[in-house]
Design a protein around this ligand. Structure first.
Ligand code: PEP
Ligand code: MN
Length: 344
């Protein structure tokens, strides 16, 4: 449930409500918005609901108490009506500007990363991606350069000024990845790895949570809820396709998720047409599709010589293809911004 405080509620009244919530063995989270303070009450409320509603309603400074039936609370629009805006170095995500995350599937060498980083930066990318720890379906496939890959990413950030995003696969890697990277990525295979979600919830770095390939939107938001309720409000959602009976594409790109999430949550949404399709020639049209339905940005894989790539060779764009895609996305994004202005 959400306890909505009156606009002029004092600090002491807010603390009073929070201590009552804590005394019930529940946890208060407050959000200060344009309309004053709202306190989300999270925890196992069960059959105490009617009694607690009545009691909290009678506390000083309380305007109203709203029961909330959605299982996700802190990530919901109801709790936090304004969009979450995330700032990392010079990049801003979720403020209506275009976020373009680009770079190789895997960091393969310093030269490969630098060549890609320079080219995507020149073409307008705002964030550099690159996998150092790679989740591969085959244990025999290239597993990534690990910590050496993280060092190359940090060097590429120094060189280009672009913040870097990379995947963290295990709780034991969280600290080291957070030391080198600006944004931590949770991959599709780990979306419901709850100990990993809790651990990235405790670090001072934004987290991009990719949708599990078999996850519903509600399960995805519940995964985001793990991170936010562990203390990290800076979560970005990334639609990267789900598995269906279709085999022409690697996954099925769920475009409807984008406007749906805009209604359900305040968190920014990025689309990844590279992993969604698995085919280079499908990346541009679906990136445009993601922007058309209102995504905050796009993540794509780019490689100087995709055919030589050590992972995801078929879906990585050439540097030229990335420039060509940017030429189409930038004006489309500007147009779409005008179309959606004032609607939500
Ligand atoms: C990636 O972006 O490097 C990746 C492995 O993606 P996903 O987890 O969506 O498959
Ligand atoms: Mn990949």
């Amino acid at each position: 449930m959400f306890v909505v405080m009156t606009v002029g509620a004092s600090e002491a009244e807010i603390l009073g409500v929070k201590s009552q919530i804590l005394a019930e063995g529940l946890t208060p989270f407050d959000h200060v918005g344009a309309g004053g303070t709202t306190i989300a009450v999270v925890g196992e409320i069960g059959s105490r609901k009617p009694a607690l509603l009545e009691r909290f309603e009678g506390l000083p400074g309380v305007a109203s108490v709203t029961p909330i039936s959605r299982p996700f609370k802190l990530t919901s629009r109801e709790f936090h009506p304004e969009d979450t805006v995330i700032r990392v170095l010079d990049a801003v995500i979720g403020d209506g500007s275009l976020t373009m995350m680009a770079g190789p599937c895997s960091v393969e060498s310093r030269e490969q990363l630098f060549e890609t980083a320079d080219a995507v930066k020149a073409a307008g990318a705002t964030i550099l991606r690159g996998g150092a720890f790679k989740p591969r379906t085959s244990p025999y496939a290239f597993q990534g350069l690990g910590i050496q890959g993280l060092r190359f990413l940090a060097e590429a950030r120094e060189r280009t000024g672009l913040p870097v995003i990379t995947e963290v696969m295990e709780p034991s890697q969280v600290d080291i990845v957070a030391e080198y990277a600006d944004i931590l990525q949770i991959g599709t295979r780990n979306m419901q790895n709850y100990s990993l979600l809790r651990d990235v919830g405790r670090v001072a770095r934004p987290v991009m949570l990719k949708r599990g390939y078999g996850a519903t939107i509600e399960e995805w938001l519940m995964a985001a809820e793990y991170i936010v309720s562990s203390g990290n409000p800076n979560v970005i959602l990334c639609e990267r396709g789900i598995r269906t009976f279709e085999t022409y594409t690697r996954n099925t790109f769920d475009l409807a998720a984008v406007p749906l999430l805009d209604r359900l949550t305040h968190l920014p949404v990025i689309v990844d047409p590279s992993h969604a399709t698995g085919k280079r020639w499908l990346v541009k049209p679906l990136a445009l599709g993601g922007i058309a339905v209102g995504a905050d940005g796009v993540m794509v894989e780019v490689h100087p010589r995709p055919d030589e790539a050590l992972s995801d060779a078929e879906q990585q764009l050439t540097l030229e293809q990335f420039r060509d895609m940017m030429d189409a996305i930038v004006p489309l994004h500007a147009y779409v911004r005008g179309v959606y202005a004032g609607t939500s």
